[in-house]
Write a protein that binds this ligand. Structure first.
Ligand SMILES: C/C(=C\CNc1ncnc2c1ncn2[C@@H]1O[C@H](COP(=O)(O)O)[C@@H](O)[C@H]1O)CO
Length: 205
């Protein structure tokens, strides 16, 4: 019943959201750091382009993207998760839902977004990123833009994907193009906007 209630509350709260982008990244980024500031810029640019910004509602990269969207007058969504050490939704969330289960929360990230932007992060970020890549690879979602911010940070992972996963036949050539890597938030928003038009037109209900 609790699991069902989480889905019902999430669907009910987000049903009228409109165009949105999910932003992921480290909970540990500090205000004033390079990628926190880029997260704020990204949130602002997405809001200015007419997208609601969906994050995990926590600190770090989540707070940064919510802050940018909130201060630009956009819709700033936080999908919080109950954790033993959780401190609640960040101060820049104006539409929040709290979840006990990661899997219910992850459904909302993908169901209501037209694309993902991923800032540098750790295990949680990689989990969210590779779920999206797998959904795209298995055609559970189509034409879903996934943009990574930070070419230097992501370079070892991109090399591993190419030099090991692709070289060993674990992924196909088309999989190499699923992730786009940029350095500037404006470039991420440009990709989301142009690919997102294709996505909106082809997305199944
Ligand atoms: C670790 C700290 C706070 C944890 N609070 C979180 N609140 C909300 N969402 C979270 C939190 N921690 C992880 N997440 C999710 O995973 C991604 C970030 O994980 P990473 O391991 O830090 O890369 C993020 O996108 C969230 O969805 C404070 O120190």
């Amino acid at each position: 019943m609790r699991i069902q209630a989480e889905f019902v509350e999430g669907f009910g709260t987000l049903a009228e959201l409109g165009r949105a982008v999910s932003v992921f990244g480290s909970a540990r980024l500090k205000p004033g750091s390079e990628f926190y500031d880029k997260g704020v810029e990204l949130g602002r640019l997405l809001a200015e382009a007419g997208f609601a910004v969906i994050t995990g509602g926590g600190p770090g990269a989540m707070e940064a993207a919510n802050k940018g969207a909130y201060e630009a007058g956009g819709t700033s969504v936080g999908l919080g998760i109950e954790l033993p050490f959780e401190s609640g939704l960040n101060a820049y969330v104006d539409l929040g839902v709290n979840f006990r289960y990661f899997f219910a929360r992850k459904t909302m990230f993908v169901k209501y977004a037209q694309g993902y932007v991923v800032l540098p992060g750790g295990f949680g970020t990689l989990d969210e990123l590779f779920e999206a890549v797998t959904l795209a690879q298995t055609q559970k979602v189509t034409s879903f833009p996934i943009v990574l911010l930070g070419t230097k940070f992501w370079a070892p992972m991109m090399s591993f994907i190419h030099d090991t996963l692709y070289a060993e036949g674990m992924v196909g050539e088309s999989d190499l193009h699923r992730l786009r890597v940029v350095d500037e938030p404006a470039e991420a928003v440009r990709i989301i906007t142009s690919d997102g038009e294709t996505f909106a037109a082809t997305r199944p209900e």
